[in-house]
Design a protein around this ligand. Sequence first.
Ligand code: MRU
Length: 341
Amino acid sequence: MPEVIYFDRGTLFLLDQRALPRKVRYVKIKTHRRAAWAIKDMVVRGAPAIGIAAAYGYYLGYAACRDKGSVKEHMREVREDLLSSRPTAVNLRWALDRMEEELEKLSGREGDTGAGLLKAADRIKESEIEANMKIGEHGARLLRQTFPGKKKVNILTHCNAGALATGGWGTALGVIRTAFREGMLESVYADETRPRLQGARLTCYELFNEGIPFRMICDNMSGFFMRQGGIDAVVVGADRIAKNGDVANKIGTYMVAVLAARHNIPFFVAAPLSTFDFDTPSGDGIEIEYRDDSEVLNIGGKAICPAGTCTKNPAFDVTPSELVAAYITEKGAVRKTDELQ
Ligand code: MRU
């Protein structure tokens, strides 16, 4: 797997996820505004990964501030530019809050504030990857407990919650990776995930690179395979989990959760604590990003509908907590979010 996000000599390098799997190329970022653009344009995507990119963007914003007398005002603008790039994933705000706290701490001390901020961004990246590894272990244990008599399981996942979405290893795909290494995985059903095809392009890319057996299926096929008995469990990631456990994730997740409930298939959500938003009481309070209609009306740059066709393009939906069998976090798997507060 190529490195997803790294920082080298004043430049942030982002693996261009818009070009995968056809091309492996990097976009170089030297300013916070360009980092905000890269998040908005989905060069980098996935909740933890955009948090990490925003943290480096925040550092770049600080490094560019020439007049240290007006640093507070300047950094308020930097934060706002980054925060407004995508509204749904709470990891963006979480990472910027960490960076802001760090700036506050460093400002009162002797020493190189910029270097301290860069270290803080590195720490955010490292801690997200460590959390993913633990999520993988807890998730594999949960699967073992859920299917005690079964040797191997088939898992369906939606969108991409892998290394590409997190900086390394993955949340939902982290569980799948660990289960595979522990010999418990039969195969993965990867939803294609219209309209941006994160499942087809990115999840399949990761699974293929790792030699994990998988099938890509169109989004409208999951009910068919669930009814056939081919799917044992669903594991997805999340962009924001409200206090009551409602889960905002890629559009189509809700549909999969309802189908899973209909077929008595456990629906698991794998996410680090940075994705939990205890300030938002329920999913009703989560802002859902709407993206450009052209993403829906075109495939591979070609129009698929008659000219003038109208559509809507919500990028996320909310799955009510009652459909979630467990939340798999770095602290362990829990049935209710109360156990984490
Ligand atoms: O629009 P995207 O590609 O950023 O959406 C990503 C998802 O919905 C992922 O499932 C979510 O961020 C979890 S990533 C660990």
